[in-house]
Design a protein. Structure first.
Length: 144
């Protein structure tokens, strides 16, 4: 699928609201990136984007990135070291499987909203919101 078509089908306000709602219950941070080019390895590109965005600099190392490359029909979910220590690989596999089902139905906003919501539940469980929490990263969907 062409990236522009994918982006036009995304409901950006819904995704940004989903991020805000998920982050309201946790000190964790969630971001979504849509990559415009063809890639070979979604995980490697997602890891590089995670670092480029400074997501590893959150106070509790509890950021999650949902990365999508529509031209390659690929996506990856990257959690910082604090998140990965708490949940392990099983959670990431389950989350990816749930998102993949929606992607297959061409429900792109639904796939990302599901990923955001599930990541938010996990983050809230292990990293509950504290009185001094601030929104460390923007909630906008990034198109690169």
């Amino acid at each position: 699928m062409k990236t522009d078509d994918f982006i036009q089908q995304l409901d950006h306000p819904r995704l940004e609201s989903a991020i805000a709602a998920a982050e309201a219950k946790t000190s964790g941070e969630i971001r979504v990136v849509v990559h415009r080019r063809t890639i070979d390895d979604a995980v490697s590109f997602a890891q590089a984007e995670f670092l480029r965005l400074g997501m590893q600099k959150t106070r509790d190392r509890n950021a999650v990135l949902l990365f999508v490359a529509p031209l390659s029909q690929a996506f990856a979910i990257i959690g910082d070291e604090g998140v990965h220590q708490k949940c392990g690989q099983a959670f990431w596999s389950e989350l990816a499987e749930a998102m993949q089902a929606s992607f297959r139905r061409a429900d792109y906003t639904g796939a990302l909203a599901e990923g955001i919501a599930r990541a938010g539940v996990l983050l809230a469980e292990h990293f509950p919101r504290r009185p001094d929490d601030t929104d460390e990263l923007p909630n906008q969907v990034i198109e690169r």
